[in-house]
Design a protein around this ligand. Structure first.
Ligand code: SF4
Ligand code: SF4
Length: 348
């Protein structure tokens, strides 16, 4: 554990405020303290010892960690790294939320993660290209096991091993930054060559630790394969499809064109207003900050209702869960699927 922020990263912020309109929690509260600039000011006060770390807890928790403040920042502030450092300093001992402790416990070892996949069967082990390995994801195994089974069917070149642990993104984002990095390295040792992941959040974390050249997110990889797809129809018409970005995939790795290009070839693609904006899932956020999470997704749900979409497509299990449960609760009939599941409908 570190006891300070990286000073050079704090120093980059020039307090221009360009990031404020991009920040969902600033939009929600209108409060400077809930903006990226406000939080960096707070971090500087903590760094300089002008304030105890306990006083920064509220803002470190209210932040989604969506990194929408990064692409709009003219000074190149790595806000996501600063937030990880902040939580590593602050979210220790009794300040670590109970839910986070429970999640850490669930993915503590490889056998535990592996046993999570037994609840509902994921893709079977197989040896194909030894240098192209599917990462199974820990929570995706439990919540959406169909995703890995689908990817296994449509991409036979992928090797699949079940002997995988968690990639450590959960840890890095929730106060265990160093452990999160170690876990990514351990997974990198187990899966040689390119690691292909169906989760945008995991892709960004793995790429930050192992390097971009070792990691491919599924839609990024698929779009480079140039496999032919036929448009999908429903009642004689092309399906209407919307897309929700994964924050870390878009803001961390700059991947947002590839999934849209794929979807445009599959049906009538409609851009959801603020598709790039966080859906409020944000890793553990929807569990820790329920009320705010629901406020953040509310407008998006109404937009999806108005667009009368057949499908909203995602590239991250947290987004799938958040959208599916909220659309169901709001009685909107639009189905939520991972992009691989829609692709399978076009290839079969
Ligand atoms: S984080 Fe970037 S955009 Fe925001 S105030 Fe600092 S320098 Fe400006
Ligand atoms: S990570 Fe998201 S919520 Fe947090 S300061 Fe940046 S834009 Fe705002």
């Amino acid at each position: 554990m570190t006891d300070k922020f990286t000073q050079s990263k704090l120093d980059r912020c020039i307090s221009c405020g360009y990031c404020l309109p991009a920040c969902p929690t600033y939009q929600l509260t209108g409060d400077e303290q809930s903006s990226p600039r406000g939080r960096i000011t707070l971090m500087r006060a903590l760094q300089d010892g002008k304030m105890p770390f306990s006083e920064g807890l509220e803002q470190s928790s209210l932040c989604l960690g969506c990194r929408a403040c990064e692409p709009v920042c003219p000074a190149g502030v790595e806000y996501g790294v600063l937030l990880e450092e902040w939580r590593e300093i602050s979210w220790q001992g009794k300040n670590r939320p109970l839910i986070v402790r429970g999640l850490f416990e669930a993915v503590k070892s490889t056998w535990r993660v592996r046993s999570m996949g037994l609840v509902s069967p994921t893709a079977r082990e197989r040896k194909s290209d030894p240098n192209l390995n599917l990462m199974m994801g820990c929570f995706e195994r439990v919540l959406f096991p169909k995703v890995s089974r689908t990817v296994a069917r449509i991409a036979p070149e992928l090797s699949i091993t079940k002997n995988q642990g968690c990639c450590g993104a959960l840890h890095a984002h929730n106060g265990e930054l160093e452990r999160g990095k170690e876990m990514a390295k351990e997974l990198g040792d187990k899966l040689p060559g390119t690691i292909l992941t169906t989760a945008g959040g995991c892709a960004a974390h793995l790429a930050a630790v192992l390097g971009n050249e070792r990691v491919n997110e599924f839609s990024q990889w698929w779009s480079a394969q140039e496999k032919l797809l036929k448009p999908i129809e429903k009642n004689g018409k092309k399906i209407r499809i919307g897309f929700q970005d994964s924050c870390h995939l878009r803001n961390g790795l700059g991947i947002f064109k590839q999934p849209r290009e794929i979807l445009k070839s599959l049906g009538d693609y409609v851009e959801i207003p603020d598709a790039s904006g966080c859906c409020g899932a944000a890793g553990s956020y929807s569990l820790l900050q329920r009320k705010n999470s629901r406020k953040i997704i509310a407008k998006k749900i109404e937009d999806i209702r108005d667009l009368n979409l057949d499908y909203v497509i995602t590239v991250n299990p947290g987004c799938t869960r958040q959208l599916a449960t909220t659309l169901r609760r709001s009685r909107v009939k639009t189905r939520v699927l991972h992009i691989a599941q829609l692709i399978e409908m076009a290839v079969s």
